[in-house]
Design a protein around this ligand. Structure first.
Ligand SMILES: [Zn+2]
Length: 262
């Protein structure tokens, strides 16, 4: 274990309420590429821009064909996902905030997941908002419907994800902020913290008194805030960190979520 990993492991070992923030780096070992890149493609999920999608049936037909082939349907959770399940089972996980839309945290067995950008595993109607399993829509595409419409209102169906530039669901954002204010450790894993609200959530946690640990292959703009920065693949680092035996903190933990310390 390197010095950085040791400091990060000590932070995890003494934490009582951990908020974890994950991004694309957690899923790359499951074979899901990081879709940040071509500007015309949605930053989270390889989806086309929502305006073009809503207006143009040909864009939708192309998108449905692409969804059928998406790597997420055959991807399996990796050691990073499983380590966070272990953290939850140890009773220390306050919330798992993820920017990923692949649903792999849930498939691994994590329960306290807040999906900041929604999920590819459901569809949402652009007209009436009705949600349904993505698998049902994909079955309709396979059966010959090139652009399946909402079964409730006939409107345009798309994945239940937040497109780049769209606002987040206010309830989801509130849950994420509450967790950030109520943790004693913010563990950042596999995200470069280049987009909001991810970076804001980390700053919020730090201002409320939480320690910050960043595990990411690349530098992030908030590395300076962190008690420890580990620059290595998260599927290797997270199992090591979570395996460190629990320890008592050297000083009392103070967070906004603990009224006895106000
Ligand atoms: Zn509808």
């Amino acid at each position: 274990m390197s010095a950085d990993t040791g400091a990060a492991g000590a932070a995890v070992a003494t934490a009582r309420r951990v908020a974890v923030l994950t991004g694309a780096g957690v899923s790359t070992a499951s074979g899901i590429p990081d879709f940040r890149g071509p500007a015309a493609v949605d930053v989270w999920s390889s989806e086309p821009p929502v305006d073009a999608y809503a207006a143009d049936p040909e864009v939708r037909r192309t998108a449905w064909r692409a969804r059928l082939r998406h790597p997420v349907w055959t991807a399996e959770p990796n050691e990073a996902h499983r380590a966070l399940v272990d953290l939850e089972r140890s009773g220390r996980l306050r919330a798992l905030l993820t920017q990923n839309v692949d649903g792999l945290h849930g498939r691994a067995g994590s329960g306290r997941v807040v999906e900041l950008h929604g999920t590819m595993r459901a569809t949402a109607c652009l007209g009436c908002g009705a949600r349904a399993p993505m698998s049902a829509a994909l079955d309709r595409v396979r059966a010959g419907d090139p652009d399946p419409s909402c079964e409730a209102c006939g409107g345009v169906l798309g994945p239940a994800t937040v497109s780049f530039g769209q606002p987040l669901d206010p309830d989801v954002l509130r849950a994420a902020r509450t967790a950030a204010l109520d943790c004693d450790l913010m563990l950042v894993a596999g995200t470069s913290l280049l987009v909001q609200p991810a970076a804001d959530l980390v700053v919020l946690a730090a201002r409320a008194g939480a320690a910050v640990v960043v595990c990411n292959a690349e530098p992030t703009p908030l590395d300076g805030l962190a008690a420890a920065v580990v620059r290595a693949p998260v599927e290797l680092v997270l199992p090591e960190l979570v395996a460190v035996p629990r320890a008592d903190p050297e000083r009392p933990v103070r967070t906004w979520g603990d009224p006895s310390t106000w």
